[in-house]
Design a protein around this ligand. Structure first.
Ligand SMILES: NC(=O)C1=CN([C@@H]2O[C@H](COP(=O)(O)OP(=O)(O)OC[C@H]3O[C@@H](n4cnc5c(N)ncnc54)[C@H](O)[C@@H]3O)[C@@H](O)[C@H]2O)C=CC1
Length: 287
């Protein structure tokens, strides 16, 4: 299996490279391939002729998407289209990574793959546009919606909390947004397993369990042994340009029904992350 990764320098892209390290893999960062450039995408795909393309490139700054709408759509929709067309031309499989933010966040149960979408911000709208283009333009597609990513190779909530907690000894975190934190290493391995089958379609892939950002911060500080004055606040007290869904937990139904084991619980994944980044020593931290 020959693999080509776009957005390979990002947080997920870097872990995808590791998950596919035992197979021929061309990893292209934004500087090496800008997916908004249709001709460049077509040429790169024609030249390398991968069996599988992993599109991890995206405009991911949720707040900036509210004002930089054209830039967001250029990458998340037009860029996704360019990759989908190029994949289809050579009959390649395409894994396109999307987000829980395509949902409005008002469900009383975890969102399933076929539930109605309804993004409440420009990031989610641009990602949904990308999903639709991929679905209609590339037959062999896997659309992988994931949530609340953190990993070793990018800025993320865990790093931010540890920095703020250690430097300031205090933090205020919202407790009225609920989702599933997901470790990029686990997601990359799941994507690896997914492309071993021709079970195309839309997948929700997240670590198991759900929590608020505040509860996640409690886990982070407890596990890392950082003593912090942690205050729970409401979203309305923490003004940000983009609205976020209040509840974006996703049922990984299609993954389960396709015969895969659920991803591990988010707390177990967090322990692994903290150990692998040297924040805590090995041993049993899960009780
Ligand atoms: N970070 C998160 O919490 C979540 C992320 N996602 C999705 O997961 C995927 C991976 O995200 P992360 O690794 O967290 O983001 P990231 O921001 O770390 O990585 C995205 C990469 O795309 C690259 N990129 C941006 N514009 C590009 C362009 N025009 N051409 C080529 N590359 C370009 C960036 O340079 C960056 O390396 C994205 O599709 C994102 O929408 C979904 C849910 C949550």
């Amino acid at each position: 299996m020959n693999v080509l990764i776009t957005g390979a320098g990002g947080m997920l892209g870097t872990d995808l490279q590791k998950a596919f390290a035992d197979t021929p893999c061309i990893a292209l960062t934004r500087n090496e391939l800008d997916i908004t450039q249709e001709l460049a995408v077509r040429e790169a795909v024609q030249m390398h002729r991968p069996d599988v393309i992993l599109n991890a490139a995206a405009y991911t700054n949720v707040d900036r998407c509210e004002t930089e709408i054209d830039q967001a759509y250029a990458v998340n929709a037009v860029g996704a289209r360019n990759v989908a067309v190029a994949a289809e031309q050579i009959g390649a499989q395409l894994v396109h990574v999307s987000t829980d933010y395509v949902f409005p966040g008002v469900s009383d149960r975890p969102y399933r793959e076929e539930d109605e979408t309804g993004p409440i911000g420009e990031y989610g709208r641009s990602k949904l546009a990308g999903e639709r283009l991929v679905r209609s333009l590339c037959k062999k597609h896997y659309i992988v919606r994931t949530s609340w990513l953190y990993g070793k190779h990018g800025p993320n909530f865990v790093k931010t909390m540890l920095k703020i907690g250690r430097e300031q000894g205090a933090a205020r975190v919202v407790d009225d947004q609920v989702g599933s934190p997901t470790y990029t290493v686990d997601l990359a391995q799941a994507i690896r397993a997914l492309v071993e089958t021709p079970q195309y379609g839309v997948y929700h892939l997240s670590n198991q369990g759900a929590c608020s950002w505040h509860a996640f911060a409690v886990d982070i500080f407890t596990l890392a042994g950082v003593d912090v004055n942690l205050q729970a606040i409401k979203t309305r007290e923490f003004s940000r340009p983009a609205k976020r869904p209040a509840y974006s937990v996703m049922d990984n139904m299609m993954w389960r029904l396709s015969g895969h084991e659920p991803l591990r619980h988010y707390r177990e994944a967090l322990v692994a992350y903290l150990q692998e980044t040297g924040e805590i020593q090995g041993g049993d931290h899960t009780s």
